[in-house]
Write a protein that binds this ligand. Structure first.
Ligand SMILES: C[S@@+](CC[C@H](N)C(=O)[O-])C[C@H]1O[C@@H](n2cnc3c(N)ncnc32)[C@H](O)[C@@H]1O
Length: 397
C-alpha cells in the first residue's frame, strides 16, 4: 500500500518535472538531496554496496569518451548517430565506440533512440572543447584517480596514522615522487592548466554564494574608511591562483579598492589601475605590511597544521592592529551529524593529495590561537546546500 502511494507520487512528480518547470537552483538542489536520501531507502543493501564498488570504471569511461572526442561529435539531435558513423567520423573502432556509448547511456550522459542511434544528454555540453567539466575530468583522472587507488595501501603501510606530513602524503607514494603536489603540478603544463581552469570555474559552482555576499564587505569597508579615511582600501589575496578572487571583489562595486594579489612565484608581476599582481611564496615573509584585508581562499585546507601555522605566522607578522585576515574555506560543523557529502569528499581529497584536512570550527579556532591570532567571527551564507562554506574573520590578539 505504502509502495503504491509512493510510486504514484513519484510518477506524478516525474510528469511535472518533464515539463522543465523546476528552474530554481536552490530548489533543485534541495529536491535532489531528498531524492538521494530516498534512493538509499529504496535500494537493497546489496545494490547500495554494488553501486559504491563500481563508480571508478564509469568515471574512466567518461574520460575515454572525452579523449576520443565523442562528446564533441554526438549532439542532442533527435535523429542521433549510429555507433558506426561516430566511429567513422573519429576514425576509431566501431565496437569500442559501441561499448563506450553503452556506458554513457547507463550513466545518463547519452540516450539511445528507437532507431538505435545515440544522442547526447544536454548536460554533456560541459565535456566538450572549452567546457569546464572537461578540465575537471582531466584533472581528476590524471591526479585523483592515480592517487586514490593507493590511499588504502598508504594508510595500511603507515599503520593507520592520520596523514599529516605534507612531504610524504599518499600523493607522493602514488606518483612515486618526492615533490609536493604544487611543485609536481608546476612542471606539467596540461594538468596545471586544467587545475587553473578548475579553480576559476569551480569557485562559482562549489561555493555558489560569493564570499562578499557572506562577509559584509561594504559595512566593514566603511569601518576601515573611518579609521583612515584618506587612503584606499588595501586587500591582499594570498595564493590567489590566476587572480580569480580579485575579479570577485572588483565585481562588488567598491570604487577604491587597491587589491594586490599574491600569486605563486611563477606568475609575472603586472599592474592594472585597480590592482597589482605580485609573485609571492606564502612560506616567505609577507611583503605588504599593515594592509586592511589579507585573504586566504581555499589555501589552508591544502596544508597540514605545521605548514598552515607557517603561512599564518607570516601574515600575522605583516598585520597591524586594524588588519583583518579573511579565510574563505569549507568550515565543518563541530556537530558530527551536520555532514555535507561534498565536504566529506573534499576532506578525503585533502588527505590523499596533501596529507591535509577540511577543518572544523574548533580546529580552525585552535589553529589561529596557536599563532597569536583570534577568530573574531564566523560568517556563513543564509542558505547552503552543497558545502559548509564560511568566511572566518580573524585579527591579531
Ligand atoms: C586551491 S588553490 C586556491 C586558489 C585561489 N585562492 C582560489 O580560491 O581560487 C591553491 C593555490 O595556492 C597556490 N600556491 C601553492 N603553493 C604556494 C606558495 N608556496 N605560495 C603562493 N601560492 C601557492 C597554488 O598555485 C594555487 O593557486
Amino acid at each position: 500500500m505504502a509502495a503504491q502511494l509512493i510510486l504514484s507520487v513519484l510518477l506524478e512528480a516525474e510528469k511535472v518535472l518533464a515539463g522543465g518547470l523546476l528552474t530554481d537552483p536552490d530548489q533543485r538542489e534541495e529536491l535532489s538531496q531528498v531524492c538521494e536520501r530516498l534512493c538509499l531507502q529504496f535500494h537493497s543493501p546489496t545494490r547500495r554496496l554494488d553501486d559504491l564498488s563500481y563508480r571508478l570504471p564509469e568515471l574512466v569511461a567518461v574520460k575515454i569518451a572525452i579523449d576520443m572526442g565523442i562528446f564533441d561529435t554526438i549532439s542532442y539531435d533527435e535523429a542521433g548517430l549510429t555507433a558506426a558513423s561516430i566511429a567513422s567520423t573519429l576514425g576509431i573502432d566501431t565496437l569500442l565506440v559501441e561499448r563506450v556509448m553503452r556506458y554513457l547511456v547507463v550513466s545518463g550522459l547519452a540516450h539511445i533512440t528507437t532507431t538505435n542511434t545515440y544522442k547526447s544528454d544536454p548536460c554533456v555540453k560541459d565535456f566538450r572543447q572549452g567546457g569546464y567539466m572537461r578540465d575537471q575530468m582531466i584533472f581528476l583522472h590524471d591526479v585523483h584517480y592515480q592517487v586514490f587507488p593507493k590511499l588504502a595501501d598508504f594508510l595500511a603501510e603507515t599503520k593507520y596514522r592520520n596523514p599529516d606530513d605534507a612531504d610524504s602524503a599518499p600523493f607522493q607514494m602514488a606518483m612515486n615522487t618526492k615533490e609536493h603536489f604544487f611543485e609536481w603540478l608546476g612542471k606539467r603544463e596540461k594538468q596545471q592548466e586544467a587545475f587553473n581552469c578548475l579553480m576559476q570555474t569551480s569557485r562559482g559552482r562549489k561555493y555558489p554564494v560569493k564570499w562578499p555576499e557572506i562577509f559584509p564587505v561594504q559595512k566593514r569597508l566603511s569601518h576601515f574608511r573611518g579609521v583612515n579615511a584618506s587612503k584606499g582600501i588595501q586587500y591582499v589575496d594570498i595564493g590567489g591562483g590566476v587572480g580569480q578572487e580579485i575579479e570577485t571583489l572588483l565585481d562588488t562595486d567598491i570604487p577604491d579598492v587597491v587589491a594586490s594579489s599574491s600569486l605563486d612565484e611563477r606568475v609575472p608581476s603586472h599592474e592594472t589601475q585597480r590592482f597589482q599582481l605580485m609573485g609571492h611564496d606564502f612560506f616567505q615573509p609577507q611583503p605588504v605590511k599593515g594592509a586592511d584585508f589579507y585573504f586566504l581562499g581555499r589555501i589552508l585546507h591544502d596544508w597540514p597544521d605545521i605548514q598552515a601555522r607557517q603561512i599564518l605566522s607570516h601574515i600575522r607578522d605583516a598585520m597591524d592592529e586594524h588588519s583583518v585576515l579573511l579565510v574563505h574555506d569549507r568550515v565543518l560543523s563541530d556537530v558530527p551529524n551536520e555532514i555535507y557529502p561534498k565536504d566529506i569528499q573534499a576532506d578525503f581529497i585533502m588527505m590523499a593529495i596533501f596529507a591535509s584536512l577540511e577543518r572544523t570550527e574548533t580546529q580552525f579556532r585552535e589553529l589561529f590561537e596557536s599563532v597569536g591570532l583570534v577568530l573574531v567571527q564566523i560568517w556563513r551564507p543564509e542558505r547552503s546546500f552543497e558545502s559548509r562554506q564560511a568566511v572566518l574573520e580573524i585579527m591579531k590578539t
